[in-house]
Design a protein around this ligand. Structure first.
Ligand code: SAM
Length: 279
């Protein structure tokens, strides 16, 4: 069947192949490019996603299309800080704890700073995973983190496994979004939460004009200058324009079976966070 790659019409197989090439080409420069294209704002969007998730220690997360680990690293930082805060509160509010009890709580926290939380980063692209693993090593993340090669349309995981499923700037690149959503539903535990951070559609006409100008005139040039790769960044812009708007994506998520589906626009809809539950 026919689909599209940006503004070009292609077959599904061709699209998958082209998207693989895009991320293979950009893998090494991916993080630098994200910062320069978004002027660092992608960091704020990702922080907001993890705050919205508000994971407690013990959460099992799968970050699909997880690339170089941005969501995974934020998740690990978040649960670690929640656990630290919990310990501090315990110590502050229980002034009549014996020193043995204090010492036990402290040791428990130090020996298991994540409280058994885990994140699995799943991505279809070997080069992106390679860049992510290298980065994790460099930044000192290893505990509670694993990397799995896999396709969002056919996840290599059992049913009812994860507490939370995230996909950040990934679903736009998936060829069969309906299949990816069904898979998200399948691998979540009942009660589990689906969260998707993705470029969306800007409603404010003035901002929309400025954003178009920036996207079509500046982004491919930056792509060429910084990464020597005009085409990949032209695809980036085109894929954003072709991606379903907020309400349409919401309906697709509901079609996959999710309940209480909602979204939050960030920066007037430049990106949106869709959320739903498997209940
Ligand atoms: N989530 C990361 C982030 O926010 O920085 C990476 C986002 S990057 C724009 C898109 C990622 O989606 C790439 O790493 C790409 O390999 C991955 N991807 C594309 N199609 C996929 C699929 N069908 N299944 C899993 N990952 C896919």
């Amino acid at each position: 069947p026919e689909t599209h790659f940006g503004f070009q019409n292609v077959s599904e197989a061709e699209r998958r192949e082209k998207i693989y090439q895009v991320f293979e080409n950009v893998a090494e420069k991916y993080d630098v490019m994200n910062d320069s294209m978004s002027l660092g704002i992608h960091r704020v969007w990702k922080d907001i996603l993890v705050h919205k998730m508000n994971p407690s220690p013990g959460t099992l997360l799968v970050d699909v299309a997880g690339g170089t680990g941005d969501i995974a690293f934020r998740f690990l930082n978040y649960v670690r800080s929640v656990r630290e805060r919990q310990l501090q509160q315990k110590l502050r509010h229980h002034q009549n704890l014996s020193w043995q009890e204090i010492s036990k709580s402290y040791q428990e926290e130090k020996s298991n700073p994540l409280g058994d939380s885990q994140v699995v980063v799943c991505d279809i692209n070997k080069e992106m995973l390679k860049a992510g693993k290298k980065r994790a090593q460099h930044l000192g993340y290893s505990e509670g983190l694993s990397w799995v090669l896999g396709n969002a349309e056919e996840l290599p995981f059992d049913d009812d496994k994860f507490d939370v499923y995230t996909i950040a700037f990934g679903i736009r690149n998936v060829t069969r979004i309906d299949l990816a959503l069904q898979e998200a539903y399948r691998v979540l535990k009942p009660g589990g939460r689906f969260l998707c951070l993705e470029f969306s559609h800007v409603s404010n006409p003035l901002l929309s004009r400025l954003y178009d100008l920036y996207s079509f005139q500046v982004i491919p040039v930056l792509g060429e200058v910084i990464a020597g790769d005009w085409k990949s960044y032209q695809y980036l812009v085109e894929s954003i324009r072709r991606f379903p708007p907020q309400e349409e994506l919401k309906a697709m998520i509901e079609d996959a079976g999710f309940l209480k589906v909602d979204y939050q626009n960030l920066n007037s809809g430049i990106v949106a966070i869709h959320s739903g539950f498997k209940l």
